[in-house]
Design a protein around this ligand. Structure first.
Ligand SMILES: *[C@@H]1O[C@H](CO)[C@@H](O)[C@H](O)[C@H]1NC(C)=O
Ligand SMILES: *[C@@H]1O[C@H](CO)[C@@H](O)[C@H](O)[C@H]1NC(C)=O
Ligand SMILES: *[C@@H]1O[C@H](CO)[C@@H](O)[C@H](O)[C@H]1NC(C)=O
Length: 457
């Protein structure tokens, strides 16, 4: 009896204030509660619950068992403060230590309010630093290599599995604040550490709201919603009503675990800099190689990131294809330099002393058996990851040199010098337009080869 009383009466009691409040327009009574948060920001359409939080970190085993496998977000208060970056990364430090273009280039979005069709571009990190406080730009880019040594791997990820290829990639998120993301989910697991400013994340538990999430994430090929995160039109999109949300509030120095496929919307406030790690979810993790206490010397620079390895291998493959199709093989180191310098070895060497060493390093990385000649076999041979990385590193050094020569742009015409395909630390091809030094036919054959090499992986 009591039970029935509660079931019948409690909803009425809860509705009473609404009925009273809207008594002047009785026709809206029936829908009043469904319109909650209409045209308000995402997260105001229902109650907001906090997420779990801890001071500092928990052990990898606890984290993987109780949070990752259970799909529960978790806030690590103060977790980011162990990284030297937290104190060290002033704008002056970042700017002074940025390498020249293109190695020091970063990827930026042109609007702080994301909509996934805004413009993107590459700019030099120094340039970004000089304008970001006064422009509507958002750096969303791999952490530049020279900064990896300043970041400690969050303790819950200090396992052999993660350090040796289990982590895919890292991203730096940097702006003067006021960014706002689309409502989306990622198919990656994520730990995000905030070094400056504040962030809020509104979450929806995808497991709980599976069918509504299906409608909310209407751009499902890319995992985001077309809804305006600042003004949810609940009348047009009823899937946004009747929800309960979770809210994570990050202060500078906090880290946050975001489970894969949890819907989230992110806002940043104040001068804002965060770094996150992404990895692919597994059914189980080998925790035997996990640390028992935090190792503050385990930095990002010591991690083998899967995305970088794959990019290095793909790029090295393309570089070899491009060179092999232009060279008369076998070729000696001198002939190779002659080819790269377009027959102008003498004057290039005297004007740009770094050019021959960069070309020589590339030759050596390609000359697998170190006999001083590049052969057909070496271009066709099966590539180990290690050689892939060496070739990419050498090609990058060579490209940086050619790029510097372009920038210097004195009387010599360096525009004819071949640039190779992989150039940027962020894995993107800054020099894509410069592929014109290949013939159309050669380019096609490379594309085909690249495609089949990707299919093999
Ligand atoms: C995305 O934002 C840009 C810049 O504000 C705007 O020009 C563009 O129309 C927007 N696209 C959509 C689909 O809203
Ligand atoms: C998410 O929803 C599922 C299904 O309702 C529930 O079992 C789980 O506890 C929820 N997770 C959190 C963190 O609330
Ligand atoms: C940008 O603004 C922040 C304060 O919000 C300041 O600390 C920083 O030095 C500024 N950076 C530059 C390059 O002006």
């Amino acid at each position: 009896m009591l039970h029935r009383f509660v079931v019948v009466l409690l909803p009425l009691l809860l509705l009473l204030p609404l009925l009273v409040a809207s008594s002047e327009s009785p026709s809206e009574d029936a829908t009043a509660s469904n319109d909650e948060g209409h045209l308000k920001p995402f997260g105001q359409q229902g109650p907001l619950h906090p997420i779990d939080s801890v001071d500092g970190f928990i052990t990898p085993e606890e984290f993987l068992t109780n949070y990752v496998q259970a799909n529960r977000p978790l806030l690590f208060r103060g977790g980011a403060k162990v990284s030297p970056a937290f104190e060290k990364w002033t704008d002056a430090y970042l700017s002074e230590n940025t390498p020249p273009r293109p190695a020091g280039d970063v990827f930026i979005e042109h609007n702080k309010k994301e909509n996934r069709s805004q413009r993107y571009s590459y700019i030099h990190f120094k340039k970004f630093l000089s304008i970001y406080n006064t422009s509507d730009i958002y750096m969303v880019s791999e952490v530049p290599s020279f900064l990896l040594k300043d970041l400690v791997v969050p303790f819950p990820l200090q396992c052999k599995y993660f350090v040796q290829g289990g982590l895919d990639t890292h991203v730096a998120w940097f702006s003067s604040g006021g960014t706002s993301s689309v409502i989306h989910y990622d198919d990656y697991e994520n730990v995000n550490c905030l070094l400056r400013g504040r962030k809020t994340l509104v979450f929806l538990n995808t497991t709980r709201y599976a069918s509504q999430v299906n409608s909310i994430i209407d751009k499902d090929d890319r995992g985001y919603s077309s809804a305006d995160s600042d003004a949810i039109d609940v009348k047009a999109r009823p899937e946004f009503s009747g929800l309960e949300f979770h809210l994570a509030e990050m202060q500078a120095g906090d880290c946050l675990y975001i489970p894969n496929y949890w819907v989230h919307q992110v806002r940043s406030f104040d001068n804002n800099l965060a770094v996150n790690l992404w990895w692919t979810k597994r059914d189980s993790y080998d925790t035997s190689g996990c640390g028992k206490i935090i190792d503050p010397d385990l930095r990002f620079s010591r991690v083998l990131f899967a995305a970088r390895l794959k990019a290095a291998r793909d790029d090295a493959y393309s570089i070899r294809q491009a060179l092999a199709s232009n060279l008369k093989l076998p070729v000696s180191q001198l002939e190779f330099l002659d080819f790269l310098s377009r027959g102008d070895t003498q004057s290039l060497s005297s004007s740009y002393p770094d050019f021959p060493p960069a070309a020589a390093a590339l030759f050596e990385s390609l000359d697998v058996n170190k006999d001083g000649a590049l052969t057909e076999e070496e271009f066709k041979g099966k590539m180990k990851l290690k050689t892939g990385r060496e070739i990419k590193a050498a090609a990058t050094a060579y490209n940086v040199q050619v790029f510097a020569m372009h920038e210097a742009a004195d009387e010599k015409d360096v525009s004819k010098l071949p640039k190779l395909l992989a150039t940027s630390d962020s894995g993107e091809e800054v020099f894509t337009p410069e592929r014109t030094w290949l013939t159309e036919e050669q380019r096609k054959s490379i594309e085909v080869a690249e495609k089949s090499s990707k299919d093999e992986l």
